[in-house]
Each structure stands twice: as structure tokens, then as C-alpha cells.
Design a binder for this molecule. Sequence first.
Ligand code: ZN
Length: 85
Amino acid sequence: MGAVMIRCPRTGRAVSTEIETEPSVLSRLPEVASRMHCPLCGEEHVWTASEAWIEEPTLVPRKPGDGPGHGSSGGGSDGGGSNNK
Ligand SMILES: [Zn+2]
């Protein structure tokens, strides 16, 4: 799942249509013009699926077995053996 993005013709920047779908769904959409209110320039843009793309959420791929390392760091008795009591 990702957000459907279009390019704002005013600012030339990518803007989200706030529609979330999968790339396979988007590619199968008919050429129907949709409207959206652009948060960048404040105008209404008409877009079709052919000019839109899916912005996948940027997930950092996890490497298997790349957990937090439990290094064996000393431990045990620190300090001298002097009991001042
Ligand atoms: Zn715009």
C-alpha cells in the first residue's frame, strides 16, 4: 500500500492525493479524471491514473539476524574489595 501521488503543475512538486492503494490497482484504473485540492498551491488539479504513481512508504529493509547485539561487557564485581562499614 502506498499513497497515490501526482505532480502539481504549479509547483512541480509531488503531492499526495491522500488516496492509498496498491500499484496493481492503480495500473488497472481506467482513464478517469479525478480532482483533488492541492495543498501546495491551493488549487484544484485534475489528474488521471496514467500520470499518477504510488509513493511507497519508505521502509528500511531489515536484515535477518541483525538484532541488537548483546556484547559481553564485563559485569560482575566492580570496585575494590574494601568494605568500609
Ligand atoms: Zn498544486
